[in-house]
Design a binder for this molecule. Structure first.
Ligand SMILES: [Zn+2]
Length: 262
């Protein structure tokens, strides 16, 4: 083979390898992590009628999963538990991070403290990364964007680079968590009979262990007769699942629109 033929052949092979069809990697599906609070040996709160919080959380979560899976092929749903089993909080975050979730939704029910008067309504919590020192660790070491194989996590370059980016990412997660929380508050108000007690910021471990936008819903008070009666029923659980379902769909549209290139 002479030099010219060699270069032409080499060039053609290069064009073939680098053609858009070959370079195109499969588009990552929008991934939502559904986290039914408690489970197994941990019942969560126990309602006035002795119903366990863990059972309501799981039932709402399974309904939500089914709504999403039946209607949206382009949404990947990952559950931190699908049955009555105990999963450590840390493990729930690991599951979310391993699956590169775009949104983590933790589903719970509330109970008033002993010293408090009767309370009712749903509450939404978003992460406050500044309140838990572990938050930096999780953002740095469990975020798929940081922990690529190309980086030596002991190198000075990596330490410097990740330290600069951790607050940036936490800030982005916080803003998107706020966005989802406000959509969810509206949908809960529209789709359920439970009153809103607003959106709060907390340093709950389950909220910072997942390195992505994270929202926790306390669907209602099992210490309140009206809330408990409603949340115990099929209708009540379907309503909460529908509110979550619609919020996730709206959020995904918003999130993808924001990522669109013009
Ligand atoms: Zn709970």
């Amino acid at each position: 083979m002479n030099k010219l033929t060699f270069f032409i052949t080499f060039y053609l092979i290069l064009i073939l390898i680098c053609s858009p069809a070959n370079l195109q990697t499969e588009k990552k599906k929008f991934t939502v992590i559904i986290d039914p609070g408690h489970g197994g040996k941990d019942p969560g709160t126990i309602g006035l009628s002795k119903i366990y919080e863990k059972d309501i959380n799981l039932s709402v979560s399974l309904k939500l999963r089914n709504y999403l899976q039946n209607k949206y092929d382009d949404i990947k749903v990952v559950m931190t538990r699908e049955k009555d089993e105990f999963i450590e909080l840390k493990e729930r975050g690991n599951i979310a991070n391993k699956n590169s979730g775009d949104l983590f939704v933790s589903i719970h029910c509330n109970y008033k403290k002993k010293e408090e008067n009767d309370k009712n309504g749903f509450e939404i919590y978003i992460s406050d990364f500044s309140r838990l020192p572990e938050a930096e660790y999780y953002t740095k070491y469990q975020n798929p964007l940081f922990s690529t194989k190309d980086w030596d996590t002991n190198s000075l370059d990596w330490i410097e680079y990740s330290s600069l980016l951790v607050p940036v990412y936490q800030n982005i997660y916080q803003r998107w968590s706020e966005r989802f929380a406000s959509i969810l508050e509206l949908e809960m108000t529209k789709n359920t009979v439970i009153l809103s007690r607003g959106i709060n910021q907390e340093g709950f471990f389950v909220l910072v262990g997942a390195s992505m936008p994270v929202v926790l819903l306390e669907s209602g008070f099992l210490s309140n007769k009206a809330d408990e009666t409603y949340l115990k029923t099929e209708k009540g659980q379907e309503d909460v699942a529908k509110a979550l379902y619609k919020s996730i769909v709206y959020y995904k549209m918003d999130y993808e629109f924001d990522k669109m290139e013009f």
